[in-house]
Design a protein around this ligand. Sequence first.
Ligand SMILES: Nc1nc2c(c(=O)[nH]1)N[C@H]1C(S)=C(S)[C@@H](COP(=O)(O)O)O[C@H]1N2
Ligand SMILES: [Mo]
Length: 396
Amino acid sequence: MPEPIDLRRRHLLAGTATAIAAVSLSGLPWRVQAQEAMPLPDYVKWKTPEALIVHSANTLETHRDAIGTSVITASNRLFVRNNLPAPDASILADREGWTVAFQGVKQPRSLTLAELRSLGVTTVASVLQCSGNGRAFFPHGASGTPWTVGAAGCVFWSGVPLKTVVEALGGVAEGQSFITATGGETLPASLDPKTLIVERSVPLRALDQALLAWEMNGEPLSVAHGGPLRLVIPGYFGVNNIKYVKQLAFTAEQTDANIQKSGYRIRPVGEKGAPDQPSMWEMSVKSWISQPLEQMKAGRVLIQGVAFGGAKAVKSVEVSLDGGQSWRPAPFVGPDLGPYAWRPFVLAVELKPGNYSLASRATDVDGNVQPRERVDNERGYGHTGWEDHAMKVAVV
Ligand SMILES: Nc1nc2c(c(=O)[nH]1)N[C@H]1C(S)=C(S)[C@@H](COP(=O)(O)O)O[C@H]1N2
Ligand SMILES: [Mo]
């Protein structure tokens, strides 16, 4: 299938004067990253290379202008993030036999995927976004993958509501405050499992919307995205959406695995992670412009992007052409797929030759507005500041 836009060619232009016009306010030329183009690793060979930046075998980012306008992000363009190397494809050999151990319920037991399927099914559209999306804009050089905006996508998940499973198991046992899920990666025997295991706890309130998903965008879950079975918590940061979920426990305390105890915590620059710092749970309202990113001809221009509320629905989004001095409302396009989905927006404008700073700013249903500034923090998490996400574009 031919690509509508030859993104690869545009990557090759990254060092030219044309692309130099396409820098963010922080001066970051994203196209430059793509010049180091690495081939797609085997487990994601089915993805569209032109749409992705391969940061490493475990971290692939969607190009800013490759998310489309269709609300749903195509699976072959969706970002990938593995804290540990993805399991071998043999993990999918017997999907129906995949087993999850349920604990902290009144009748603890293990259930296979086949049994889970018989309990119930729902479909949710939700934004999957890594905590470090936007990390590249932090000036202190936060360690970790330098994602700009592409560690995010909006996809359909199908599976059984976790609440339905819990009801079938007699309900949550008394005294439990967290949902603690464990990833099924095989860990090296030589190391303390707590240092590496992908095990996360979220507050019990997430039971309202959590599901155990076996399908993404109408297809059985791939290894890259957590097949055979994944915990999905709509509205929560990516890390809480445990792939290859093999154990699901209702617990009184948060897990003491490093990824929870000290990892994924908001802390001042230079400070170490600790359990008393805010954990990366519910996402906040955010938006960004996906096109145009480069120099354009004067005349009619469609400014496009996406906006979402995170754990709450998004209400509206505004666009600025002058770096935030003035704003105008931008209409959403396409269907509203529910509170956890994002909404593409498109604003048609007539632009005269000149330099523009294109920014977007979303508001959620509770009236929370995307802030101008980022909140600096050691690991570069949770960036929603609109100023850093703005695009400087020359119109000729
Ligand atoms: N088992 C397991 N689940 C995991 C991870 C992982 O490494 N192992 N990474 C988490 C992180 S940090 C993110 S951002 C999302 C990424 O989901 P994706 O690769 O499907 O895009 O998965 C989360 N769930
Ligand atoms: Mo992540």
